[in-house]
Design a protein around this ligand. Structure first.
Ligand code: TYM
Length: 332
């Protein structure tokens, strides 16, 4: 008997270069979970332009992100991968969802508050309504599970609220999705400021490990990582720098933080830094090589993305038609 698999959906903004946080908080879990689900993974270029982008870089970063998905082990037998802007249903459903999302809800999004406070006087409307577009990305595919880092939890909760609100008004149009947030790796911190999350747009490049950093850069960044006072290696919130390095090791090796702390008894911070650098270098090396291979064959990559967009659009259109009909649009 053919069993229908549950659906998993996720995406990454192709702004700047992807970080170790994107990889450990999201991508690595997509790969881990993919076999049990029918997956849709995309590069969210529509989201990216909520902050100003260099057009050429945006294109390159989009292809880089998708090549990285494949290089990480995303398997086309389980996953459809594509560029968000290639599937017009994302923006169409987003408009409808905008009409069912409240200003107060959007104003409470911490990511909006953070980013808009940095944007100064000219805050693009898109930055404000962005969570409705993210809800569209998820609800279009009737996602059961959305694997993300901890910073996206609030957006996921809003997505659930919007889905429930619309289902209550019009009947069961949407699957209400569950977030998947990993126990370890959900919040990789900035190496220079371990109170802040590692981010693509970090003001200090030394704080973020980018997926295409060379072994030398990785070593330099970990060696210079800000650690805490004292010298004993423990796993505790009052040693955020050390905790972060242990989290990174734990997310890569699958060992628990307790096991790792035990293995560092009697050792110095310097040992932990060097070991973490080596581990990250080893983890990223095959990823970097494979990413380059996928990027070299642009025609094949574009082909994968075209087919992906066609397949995604089919699924997305089914949901969009149901929604259009439910709200009373005349069929076309
Ligand atoms: P974005 O592009 O900021 O991040 C992509 C994914 O990486 C995770 N992440 C982290 N995880 C651990 N530690 C970090 N320091 C870290 N930084 C980022 C994020 O939680 C995310 O899972 N709005 C989303 C993209 C998006 C999306 C979607 C995700 C758009 N539509 C639909 C899921 C489903 C974003 O800006 O992620």
């Amino acid at each position: 008997m053919k069993t229908t698999k549950k659906i998993m959906v996720s995406g990454i903004q192709p702004t700047h270069k992807l970080t170790l946080g994107n990889y450990l908080g999201a991508l690595k879990n997509w790969v881990k979970l993919q076999e049990e689900y029918q997956c849709y993974f995309f590069a969210v270029d529509l989201h990216a332009i909520t902050t100003r982008q260099d057009p050429k870089e945006l294109g390159n970063n989009t292809l880089f992100a998708l090549a990285t998905y494949l290089a990480s082990g995303i398997d086309l037998n389980h996953a459809t991968i594509f560029v968000q802007s290639h599937v017009r249903q994302h923006t169409e459903l987003a408009w409808v969802l905008n009409c069912f999302t409240y200003m107060g809800e959007l104003g409470r999004m911490t990511q909006y508050k953070d980013k808009s406070s940095r944007a100064g006087e000219t805050i693009p409307v898109g930055l404000f309504t962005y969570p409705a577009l993210m809800a569209s990305d998820i609800l279009l595919y009737q996602a059961d599970l959305v694997p993300v880092g901890a910073d996206q939890k609030q957006h996921l909760e809003l997505t659930r609220d919007i889905a429930i609100r619309i289902n209550n008004l019009y009947g069961p149009l949407f699957q209400v999705p569950e977030p998947y947030i990993p126990k370890i790796g959900a919040r990789i911190m900035d190496l220079q400021n371990p109170e802040d999350k590692m981010s693509k747009s970090s003001s200090n490049e030394m704080g973020a490990i980018y997926l295409n950093d060379s072994p030398k850069e990785i070593e330099k960044k970990f060696k210079k990582a800000v650690t805490d006072s004292g010298s004993e290696i423990t796993y505790s919130p009052d040693k955020p720098g050390i905790k972060n390095l242990i989290d990174i090791q734990s997310a890569i090796t699958g060992k628990t933080p307790e096991e790792l702390v035990l293995s560092y008894q009697g050792k110095m911070y310097g040992h932990l830094k060097i070991d973490t650098a080596n581990l990250v270098t080893e983890e990223l090396k095959p990823l970097q090589e494979k990413t380059q291979t996928y990027l070299k064959d642009k025609a094949e990559l574009q082909n994968i993305l075209r087919k992906g967009a066609e397949k995604a659009a089919e699924k997305a259109e089914t949901t969009l038609r149901k929604v259009y009909s439910a709200v009373g649009f005349v069929p076309y």
